[in-house]
Design a protein around this ligand. Structure first.
Ligand code: NAD
Length: 485
């Protein structure tokens, strides 16, 4: 048993923190650990703290918690630091998007070929990149042996930035590969008998291997797509793993796109709302359309409110138990029905002792410290795993972890060359441009990004949109950074 300190930065991201706490409660080998919850928003922080304590109590888990608004506290003496903060919050993204759209950039300047996810900003996200880089440097200074588990986006750019410039232990972690579970579930297969691999870069991963009972099971996916896609009607904006767009990408690239990769196709699927609806289905046109993203934002706000209500209830009723679903539903009775259902399901899944949350952070910690070998999908430098990709580019690949560290599996069969040449290279190029801009502070690089954007019609348009984003309140440091000569 190894009692450690785990720091969570941006811990007010409630659903995420509770998942980690629930996994910790179920991991005997990390019993006695201290969880340091850090956020700049005290209300969110207190709500998460209240619920985290409640979870530990219900499990009878030996965990301690501390809360702090000082970013160095979750780093000091920690073995693992999970960073899930979002500097400027979602409202900053909306401001940038509104300015961009006024200047002719539908869904914002940061929506780029193979990077259409609406909160994955790389061009205008200086404050986020700077904060994450600073946290990595603080780890090097204060806790040089600690692992940084980078959960906040943009995971691809941040994993590259940090692994290349700060000599610490770090990996980028995303849960996007669970798209494979959706395929397995839709096919009604026994998970234990499925063997699969995904490979690519974060939010750009492809199902390279899919075997059932030792035989190639891709023909089952072909049949499923044929059947399901004819009258495709998504149940929610995220319902796209088996969709017209996934089928079209599969047919062009030769392998199934997995998880957020389906959201990250070329402009073919994203020109405008009408195009998005055609490919991602009515009524939303996928989660990254104006309608789908509003659906998501409204839902997140409802969930945050429900979380506050639950926390307040337990604050006022110290001896109350989370265990009864009826009393739980009573506490969040004002929450919209479908959100209430999903929220209750999530909480009760997290309370199920037989089930882990699906996040990989605690599994990785337990494998490294207690030698409980585990298969994971992580972001780390390629080092020859995907042929044709430079060693220092962070790829998202299947690995296993144990007391000796993280070990890469061979990708077999290999990724089709078309994916490498037509999807990964252009995506990697944009990551490199984003880092070139960030590391040099050269505004001309930001401009060049947009000069090469198919939505740009004049240089004047580029200058105006960048000027207006740099002039936003909160972007003072970014403005200064990009005025370097
Ligand atoms: P959110 O805004 O709901 O939560 C982020 C938290 O960060 C907030 O509580 C906020 O107060 C806090 N924060 C902001 N500035 C901070 C600072 N300087 N120091 C400490 N905390 C600070 O955002 P969210 O929707 O929960 O998303 C968080 C991040 O995680 C985003 O980048 C998102 O894209 C990413 N994400 C990653 C995955 C993954 O699998 N890797 C999945 C979902 C979301």
């Amino acid at each position: 048993m190894t009692a450690i300190k785990v720091g969570i930065i941006g811990a007010g991201s409630a659903a995420f923190s509770l998942r980690l706490v629930s996994d910790l409660c179920k991991t005997k080998g990390l019993s006695g650990s201290l969880v340091s919850l850090m956020d700049i928003d005290k209300d969110r922080l207190n709500a998460v703290h209240m619920l985290a304590k409640k979870f530990a109590e219900e499990f009878g888990a030996d965990l301690r918690f501390e809360t702090t608004t000082n970013v160095e506290d979750p780093i000091k003496d920690s073995s693992f630091v999970v960073n899930t903060a979002l500097v400027g919050g979602h409202s900053y993204f909306e401001q940038v998007r509104n300015i961009s759209e006024k200047h002719g950039y539908y869904r914002g300047i940061d929506s780029q070929e193979f990077n259409m996810v609406s909160d994955y900003y790389t061009i205008s996200n200086f404050n986020q990149l700077k904060f994450m880089h600073d946290v990595a440097k603080a780890i090097e200074r204060i806790s040089p042996k600690a692992w940084l588990l980078q959960a906040a986006n943009p995971v691809f750019e941040l994993t590259n930035l940090i692994t290349r410039t700060v000599p610490i232990n770090m990996v980028g972690i995303c849960h996007g590969h669970h798209g494979v579970d959706q395929i397995i579930e839709k096919l009604g297969l026994d998970t234990e008998k499925v063997e699969w691999q995904v490979a690519g870069v974060n939010h750009g991963i492809w199902l390279t291997k899919f075997m059932y009972e030792g035989k190639d099971a891709y023909p089952l996916i072909d049949e499923l797509l044929e059947k399901e896609v004819k009258n495709f009607k998504p149940t929610n904006p995220f319902d796209d793993q088996i969709s017209l767009v996934a089928k079209d990408m599969y047919e062009f690239y030769g392998k199934m796109p997995i998880g957020d990769t389906v959201r990250n196709g070329s402009w073919k699927y994203h020109y405008n709302l009408e195009t998005k609806k055609k490919w991602f289905g009515e009524p939303w046109g996928g989660v990254d359309s104006e309608l789908g993203w509003k659906w998501y934002q409204d839902r997140q706000a409802e969930i945050a409110l429900a979380m506050q209500k639950v926390a307040k209830y337990f604050q006022e009723n110290k001896n109350a138990k989370l265990l009864s679903k009826e009393s739980f539903n009573e506490i969040i009775s004002q929450t919209k029905n479908d959100v209430k259902e999903e929220f209750t399901k999530e909480i009760y899944n997290l309370l199920d002792p037989e089930r882990k949350s699906g996040e990989q952070h605690i599994l990785l910690a337990n494998a490294l410290l207690n030698n409980e070998k585990v298969d994971l999908v992580l972001n780390l430098p390629n080092n020859g795993t995907i042929p044709g990709i430079p060693d220092d580019v962070a790829v998202e690949i299947p690995v296993y972890a144990d007391k000796d560290g993280i070990h890469r599996y061979k990708i077999d069969p290999a990724l089709p060359e078309r994916i490498t040449k037509m999807y990964l290279y252009p995506r990697i190029m944009r990551m490199e441009w984003a880092l070139e801009a960030f590391l040099t502070g050269d505004r001309k690089v930001l401009e060049e990004f947009l000069i090469r954007d198919p939505r740009t019609e004049s240089y004047d348009q580029v200058v105006k949109v960048i000027d207006e984003i740099l002039a936003l309140p909160g972007n003072e440091e970014m403005r200064k950074h990009y005025s370097k000569k």
